[in-house]
Structure formats: C-alpha cells, structure tokens
Design a protein around this ligand. Structure first.
Ligand SMILES: Cc1cc2nc3c(=O)[nH]c(=O)nc-3n(C[C@H](O)[C@H](O)[C@H](O)COP(=O)(O)OP(=O)(O)OC[C@H]3O[C@@H](n4cnc5c(N)ncnc54)[C@H](O)[C@@H]3O)c2cc1C
Length: 391
C-alpha cells in the first residue's frame, strides 16, 4: 500500500530523476578525486531544493519532515557524500528555525535560496561527544562579541556562506555557558583550514575552522546567552533522521547493486542455495524496518509529539543497517563486490555511525529513556508465587 500523498509521490519521483541525472553519473569520479561537487549546487539551484526545509513565508519550499526524508533517501541512494552537503546545510538551518528572530531567519535563509549553503560548527578538538568540553569563547564587547577558538570536522565549512558557531559566553558555567551565533563567511579572523582526506563521503567538504578574535555584532546571538546547549541538542534531534534517510538510501543501493550482480552472475539459473537467498531477504527486511522507524519518527514530529528518543533510534538503526547491508552485499558479491561501487557504499556508511552524535551516544539516549519509564511489570506479576501456581 502506498501511504504517500500524490504530492509526496511526485516530489519523490522528481528527487529520483534528479539523482539519476546529476548524482549517480558523477559519484564515482568525485569519490575518487575527493574534490567538492560544486556542479551539484548549480544543478540544484532552479529547484530550490536546498531551501526545502525553509518556510514558504521566507520563500522556501516548506516540505514536511517526511517529504524531506523522501528526498534525502533518493540523494543518499545516489551518493552520500553529495547528499551530506544538503543534509548539513539543513542541519545549520534548523538552529535558526528553532531560535532565530525573523531578521536572523532572513539573513540565514536568503543565501540558501540562492544556491549557497550553510554549516554547523559544534565539534572542537577537545569536544566531540562531550559537547561541554569546548574551549571556543565568545567575549561580550561594546559592539557585540569577540569569538576565539576553533572548530573541527565541519561539513561544508570551506564552502558555506553562513555558519552556526557555538562558543562559551560563560566558561565557568559549563554546558549552561554555551551560546549559539550566526557568522558569515569572510568575517575578519575567520579562517578555513585544510580539507580532511577522508575514508568515505570523500566529495563532501570537511574542514577545520580557525576563529581568531572574530568580531560579530550582538544581533548574531541566537536566542539568549546560555541557550547554546539546548539549541544544539534540539537541532540534532531534528537533524539526525536526515542521516537515517541517507543511510536508508545507501542500504537500498547496496541491495540493488547486489541483486543486479546476482542476475548477471547466474543468468537464467535458480539462485544457489537458500543461505544466499535468506541473506537477500534479511537485507530487504532490515532496510524496510529502518525506513519505517524513520517515517514513524517523522510522523511524530509532524504531529507535534515528543520524538527525541525516536530520533536517536532512527539514526542508530538506519546507519547500522547501512553498514551491515553494504558489508553483506560485498560478502555475497565476492571479488566483484570488493572492486565495485559497494566499496564506496561501505566507506560512506562507516562515518554515518560516527557523525551527528556517535551511535554509542545515541544508545545512551535511548537507554536513558527506557530506564526513565515507569515499571510496567511489578515483580509479583512477573513471578507467580507457589501458592498462586498451586490453585
Ligand atoms: C565526515 C565528518 C563530518 C562531520 N561534520 C560535522 C559538522 O558538520 N559539525 C560538527 O559540529 N561536527 C561534525 N563532525 C564531528 C562529529 O560529529 C564528531 O566527530 C562526533 O560527534 C564524535 O566526536 P569525536 O570524534 O570527538 O569522538 P569522541 O567523543 O572522542 O568519541 C570516541 C569514541 O568514544 C565513544 N564515547 C565517547 N563518549 C562516550 C560515552 N559517554 N559513552 C559511551 N561511549 C562514548 C564514542 O562513541 C566514540 O566511539 C563530523 C565528523 C566527520 C567525521
């Protein structure tokens, strides 16, 4: 049963066509060179797809969360390096959506609607999973703030026009002293370091950012001083399912590559053995389960219900499935797998278990939610007494 609306089906088809025309033919070339896929921003510009999360009142497409997931799955099917550029740009926007004034929204969204992208700068050499360990500071001045420090592994960092940067306005207050700021490319003191030479997502731009006494106006502060941790966590809750969507697309691609190989390898013959067929079935089951967890999470979000735990579950499950399905596809394809596009899929899948919060950290989020629930089975119900059993 197709539960998508007519409009969603059309958007999904348009994303599939765009992927087939622009992403798939170039993915291997850009993976090999590691160069940034600038052509993609030009190709995507007429559709305003980089503004798919932006409200219509600001000139965007205002796609629902589920519709965004459909587009991201298609892009992920084509190339997760290229799709990460879109997902990370949306990630940066989510902070402004959550906490920005109308003037800040206009400032941040306008470049996105004109073929430019954004970046989200949270991680530092001393602060990855432990977000509170950041050393970047924002000192209040008469004109605004002076930011000093650095950020690392920032997706889109070398290309983006607008940035969300997190910094300590009150270092003694720990996570309660973190604040979020909008920063524009070209602000004096803002430097882009060398690009990372990565195992996967090779055409996605990942860089170190230097912040050497960068002076920004007071109007660059998002929300209030000290709101940064809350903004970062809520932004990641909103954005993690996007990684789940890319992962579902990647896993589907791995299965499709594997099946295409099987047809070529055993033309006109029955597939050898149930063991192999069961593997294909398991891959299909896992992919569909990951897709449905993602769509359920998006439905919760659209209904205005809490979704933090489901967001963590969706990202963790989908990215683990992507890694597992890509590895299984390679195993089933033998040397043909090792020398095919499935190698790229495996390399791309690996980082998805790490970025936007590692899957271990997501498991902590889920475990905390599980343990916080009231007990549903009282011990006396779980283990009937001897007297009760004798009756
Ligand atoms: C390609 C790429 C793109 C990225 N893009 C961005 C971006 O755009 N913006 C941004 O801000 N960051 C970005 N990052 C950074 C990424 O989000 C962090 O690397 C990630 O959150 C993990 O932090 P870390 O590398 O410091 O690992 P660490 O925090 O040092 O963790 C190392 C290991 O220890 C485990 N661990 C740590 N703490 C715990 C704990 N309490 N319990 C159990 N296990 C634990 C982790 O799960 C991991 O396995 C990117 C990274 C990469 C590789």
């Amino acid at each position: 049963m197709n539960i998508l609306t007519q409009e969603q089906t059309e958007i999904q088809k348009a994303a599939k066509d765009f992927t087939a025309q622009h992403i798939i033919p170039k993915a291997a070339e850009y993976d090999k060179s590691g160069a940034f896929h600038a052509f993609l921003l030009e190709a995507a510009k007429p559709s305003k797809i980089f503004g798919m999360a932006i409200p219509k009142s600001f000139g965007g497409l205002e796609y629902s969360p589920l519709t965004q997931a459909l587009v991201l799955e298609e892009w992920g099917y084509g190339c997760c390096g290229m799709a990460t550029t879109l997902a990370a740009s949306i990630l940066s926007m989510e902070s402004v959506m959550l906490a920005g004034t109308d003037a800040q929204k206009k400032q941040f969204y306008t470049p996105m609607l004109n073929g430019k992208i954004g970046a989200f700068g949270l991680t530092e050499p001393s602060a990855g999973s432990d977000v509170g360990g950041g050393k970047t500071t924002a000192v209040k001045t008469a004109e605004g703030y002076t930011i000093h420090g650095s950020k690392c592994w920032i997706t889109n960092g070398g290309i983006a026009e607008v940035f969300i940067i997190f910094a300590q306005t009150d270092p003694k207050a720990g996570v309660k002293g973190i604040s979020a700021f909008i920063m524009e490319r070209g602000t004096p003191g803002f430097t882009v370091g060398q690009e990372e030479d990565k195992l996967g997502l090779r055409s996605s731009n990942t860089v170190f950012l230097g912040l050497h006494d960068v002076k920004i106006p007071a109007s660059a502060l998002l929300g209030k001083e000290g709101d940064g941790m809350k903004i970062a966590m809520q932004t990641l809750d909103l954005a993690r399912p996007a990684i789940g969507a890319l992962a579902v697309g990647l896993a589907q691609r791995a299965l499709d590559e594997c099946v295409a190989h099987m047809h070529e390898r055993f033309p006109g013959k029955p597939f050898p053995g149930q063991a192999l067929q069961f593997k294909l079935a398991d891959m299909r089951i896992q992919i569909e389960a990951a897709r449905q967890v993602l769509h359920h999470m998006m439905a919760l979000r659209e209904a205005g219900k809490p979704f933090s735990e489901e967001s963590a579950m969706s990202k963790t499950y989908a990215t683990d499935v992507a890694m597992n399905v890509a590895a299984t596809a390679m195993r089933l394809m033998g040397s043909a797998g090792y020398t095919s596009n499935v190698g790229k899929l495996m390399r791309d899948a690996k980082v998805m278990q790490i970025y936007e919060g590692t899957n271990q950290i997501q498991r902590l989020v889920v475990a905390r939610a599980v343990l916080a629930r009231p007990k549903v089975i009282a011990p006396k119900d779980a283990a009937p007494t001897e007297k009760a059993m004798a009756k």
